[in-house]
Design a protein around this ligand. Structure first.
Ligand code: SAH
Length: 346
């Protein structure tokens, strides 16, 4: 198995069967070896720098009904909110003063925000903070909408593919959502010129090792700039309330594999990882991740953007979140840097 990790390190790719074997036969010793190689690669490209993205969760209204997600349309216990243009701009100003140079506008698929409004918000942020990158994460839209946001100045787009296996996709989503469209959106975003991010939940219900291998091969083929993976965590008001969460161990192992597959990628140590283990994000960095995404949303709405149960940092001010993360990252010998944090070229 060690030789498979060496092969992945040198060739940045493995076959379906090799990836399957590696994931199936993983153990502590193998993981340690993988993480060492993953750190070596990330240090080669990014040194000990960790980039931060300020996450602004601007709406929890959503027209979709994904079975895993706490803000799904059918969850009538969700207390819905929307931030207006000024509130969003205010989050960016607070974030800028704290050293953030990337803002991620994330939300449910909420038709209240017409394309023109999103474009206006994006171009206003870019006019006020020309040295910052704006990332959108607002789900599946038409080619034309994506193009409009891009022309308004949006730099990046996060759209997790969720699973690269059609059958698995249909077990996580209602019939009106398809993997085909999700993938098409990612290809459209790439063609338009965005830096794109895909990703999936680790340990989502019905996920098998085959699904994971398909995810890894899809990521390799798409070659995104960013890959967001985090454990699935059940939410009490969803059809998956009684399913078990993904594990820290498997998430870290996959972070390591992805780092070796895409050496210069931007890979966050996610909030979900920090939720299932008190040192999850630090361990994520030590397994090959190089990005953190602290929350910039106003504290009074934090509790309402509950994608899953027990989400961390819902009570903290933006400044507290930033300082807390800085301490965590410095404690493992890395540096949180003030930078747009663009992808370096290979
Ligand atoms: N509407 C946007 C943003 C979705 S929320 C979009 O469609 O892209 C961002 C990510 O949170 C999702 O892509 C999903 O992978 C993750 N997520 C949702 N519910 C989750 C859960 N219960 N556990 C862990 N991650 C979850």
């Amino acid at each position: 198995m060690i030789s498979l990790i060496d092969k992945l390190y040198h060739e940045r790719a493995l076959s379906y069967d090799e990836l399957y074997m590696l994931v199936e036969n993983r153990n502590k010793e193998l993981s340690e070896y993988l993480f060492e190689k993953a750190r070596q690669v990330r240090i080669q490209y990014y040194g000990h720098d960790v980039y931060m993205r300020g996450l602004i969760e601007f709406t929890n209204y959503c027209k979709n009904d994904c079975y895993y997600c706490g803000i799904r349309r059918s969850n009538c216990n969700a207390d819905r909110y929307r931030l207006n243009r000024e509130q969003i701009l205010n989050c960016c100003n607070i974030g800028y003063a704290l050293g953030f140079r990337t803002f991620v506008l994330q939300g449910g698929e909420d038709s209240y925000y017409k394309d023109e409004l999103i474009a206006d918000i994006v171009s206003t942020i870019k006019a006020i903070h020309p040295d910052c990158a704006v990332t959108l994460s607002i789900g599946e839209k038409s080619y034309e909408s994506y193009k409009m946001f891009f022309d308004a100045g949006a730099d990046r787009y996060l759209l997790r593919h969720e699973t690269a296996n059609c059958n698995h996709y249909s077990k996580l989503h209602p019939a009106n959502l398809s993997l085909e469209n999700r993938k098409q959106c990612l290809y459209n975003l790439k063609e338009i010129g965005y830096e794109i991010g895909c990703g999936f939940m680790v340990g989502s219900p019905f996920q098998t090792i085959d699904c994971i291998v398909e995810d890894l091969l899809f990521i390799k083929e798409l070659e995104p700039h960013m890959i967001g993976i985090g454990p699935f965590i059940p939410h009490k008001d969803t059809p998956f309330a009684n399913k078990s969460a993904g594990t820290l161990e498997l998430t870290l192992f996959l972070l390591g594999i992805i780092r070796l597959m895409l050496p210069n990628a931007l890979i966050p140590a996610t909030t979900a990882l920090g939720t299932i283990h008190p040192k999850g994000r630090e361990l994520g960095i030590l397994s090959g991740a190089n990005v953190v995404m602290p929350n910039l949303s106003p504290t009074d709405i934090r509790e309402k953007y509950m994608l899953y149960d027990n989400k961390i940092c819902t009570g903290d001010e933006a400044a507290e979140c930033r300082m807390c993360l800085q301490n965590r990252i410095e404690s493992i010998g890395y540096n949180l840097v003030i930078s747009r944090g663009d992808c370096v070229s290979i």
